[in-house]
Design a protein around this ligand. Structure first.
Ligand code: SF4
Ligand code: SF4
Length: 67
């Protein structure tokens, strides 16, 4: 079942503020430098955009994938 997860598509925009990490209540973003997502955790929220909304620099994009 496909789900949404964040990808650091524009790393040059990332200022390592950790807002994305702090916004995810599932703690699915495990590292920001380098950016790392635990997809098995993220997959528990299939239509979630919380981390992308929290990123003020537009560094993240949502992509669709399988766990
Ligand atoms: S999409 Fe939702 S569950 Fe996945 S990492 Fe972002 S905030 Fe967490
Ligand atoms: S919220 Fe955006 S700018 Fe901040 S660490 Fe996450 S990806 Fe980088």
């Amino acid at each position: 079942m496909p789900f949404n997860y964040p990808e650091l598509k524009h790393p040059q925009n990332c200022n390592k503020c950790a807002a994305c990490m702090n916004a995810c209540s599932l703690h699915a973003i495990t590292k920001i430098d380098p950016f790392e997502v635990d997809k098995s955790k993220c997959a528990k929220r299939k239509e979630c955009f919380t981390c992308i909304m929290a990123c003020r620099t537009g560094a993240l994009v949502i992509v669709s994938g399988d766990p």
